[in-house]
Design a protein around this ligand. Structure first.
Ligand code: NAD
Length: 418
């Protein structure tokens, strides 16, 4: 019997319907599943994964298994697990340790359970598994071929570990694949964050002033979707180049201390802590709504909000109302955690098709080359990015041009000018 812990195994049938539905929208990953299912290249590998338990993740997990791997899984956020999907995975003999509403202690307990299989490969979103492994389970390190990291914050974290000389095995930065951050972070976060904001708050975006903190890949997607819904968009930044880009893309740019007075809805996507603090909240309009799309719940300083409030009440799922001492009301979405995963279902399957094709390719690549590599952070191979994009285009019925031989030669020539 497979070891697992989920909220309610009787939800498995409903979860299975969701997974089947996601499969239909993930043609690249399904193509890779079919391509490798006979050969089973991951046959001798055990994989521990820590990534939001959504229907799309289940398609990835079941693909890894179809390729022969033994898999143990947990979520990478205490509030993002879809309990129906977790039940379906458990019912399909996956060692899954995940339920929605984990305490911090339970969260790390789940990570520890996934490491009991003594993995050859790890798959992370936010690097909590990588960090826990280094911190508490160093005995497992000699066994490892490598690991992969899904998100910007996790890649920053493992690069910092590498710089400090404490990273002990090779990690592939899947987030940095073009077919990941240029699509998942932009279109995935852009759409699903508004899905979460709307499901939780039901506010009208048209006519509102929406403040987006951070004009990175996620921030760009968020600003684009906010404008599309009819908002007046303000961007806050610390990087002058990105601030300039936001301005030339047509958004207003100003410091948070000024934006705080104007915004009706605030969304943070920086990966940085204390982007919105009590100093900003005290300037905000009555009824302002605060949400976060960055990886950790540190971008909006919730303890500041609590300290300024006389009462806190839950209006509905993922929407809390804080009454401040001066009588104003401030709304917090999803307890300041990833609003797209807590209040909605995360990114649409079509975009996770790209991200998870990247994860699958990373696992295959590390299983072949991992033992030859020094500890460090590795770029996603360019040719795999190109192949994934081409495959996605094919599944969308889109063809593109190819260089002729003369054009290939021209690209390499330097003598030819005007
Ligand atoms: N919600 C999701 O599903 C999802 C998906 C992908 C990434 N993420 C997370 O979202 C965050 C952003 O990811 P990204 O790929 O856009 O990163 P990025 O590095 O491309 O962009 C972050 C931007 O925030 C800016 N910034 C930093 N501190 C700031 C501050 N105090 N005020 C204003 N701007 C500030 C940086 O200058 C940068 O331009 C990360 O935590 C990432 O892990 C979430």
């Amino acid at each position: 019997m497979t070891d697992y812990k989920v909220k309610d195994i009787s939800l498995a049938e409903e979860g299975r319907r969701l997974i089947d539905y996601a499969e239909k929208h993930m043609p690249v990953l399904m193509h890779l599943r079919k391509k490798y299912s006979k050969e089973k290249p991951l046959r001798d590998f055990r994989i521990s994964g820590c990534l939001h338990v959504t229907k799309e993740t289940a398609v990835l997990v079941e693909t890894l298994r179809e390729l022969g791997a033994q898999v143990a899984w947990c979520g990478c956020n205490p509030l993002s697990t879809n309990d129906r999907v977790a039940a379906a995975l458990a019912a399909n003999d996956v060692s899954v340790f995940a339920w929605n509403g984990l305490t911090t202690e339970e969260y790390y307990w789940c990570i520890d359970q996934t490491l009991k299989i003594e993995p050859h490969l790890t798959l992370d979103d936010g690097a909590d598994l990588i960090f826990t492994l280094h911190n508490k389970h160093q005995n497992l390190i000699p066994n490892l071929y490598g690991g992969s990291e899904e998100t910007t914050t996790g890649v920053i974290r493992v690069r910092a570990m590498a710089e400090d000389g404490v990273l002990k095995y090779p990690i592939m930065a899947v987030n940095d694949a073009d077919t990941k951050h240029m699509f998942d972070n932009v279109y995935g976060t852009g759409q699903s964050t508004f899905d979460g904001v709307l499901r939780a708050s039901e506010i009208l975006i048209a006519g509102k002033t929406v403040v987006i903190a951070g004009y990175g890949y996620c921030g760009r997607g968020l600003a684009m979707r906010a404008r599309g819904l009819g908002a007046d968009v303000i961007v806050t930044e610390v990087d002058p180049v990105r601030a300039l880009q936001a301005r030339m893309d047509g958004y207003r740019v100003m410091p948070m201390r000024d934006a705080a007075r104007e915004g009706d809805l605030f969304i943070t996507a920086t990966g940085m802590k204390d982007v919105i603090t009590g100093e900003h909240i005290k300037l905000m309009k009555d009824g302002a709504v605060l949400g976060n799309a960055g990886h950790y719940n540190v971008e909006i300083n919730e303890p500041d909000l609590v300290a300024m409030s006389v009462s806190r009440k839950r209006v509905r799922h993922a929407l809390e109302e804080f009454t401040l001492k001066d009588g104003r009301t401030i709304y917090l979405l999803a307890e300041g955690r990833l609003v797209n995963l807590v209040a909605a279902s995360g990114h649409p399957s079509e975009v996770m098709d790209l991200s998870f094709a990247g994860q699958l390719n990373a696992m295959l690549w590390l299983s072949r080359h991992g033992k030859e590599l020094e500890p460090g952070v590795y770029d996603f191979p360019h040719e795999l990015d190109q192949q994934t994009a081409l495959m996605k285009l094919h599944t969308m019925g889109i063809e593109i041009d190819e260089w002729t031989e003369e054009q290939e030669a021209y690209a390499r020539a330097y003598a030819e000018g005007t």
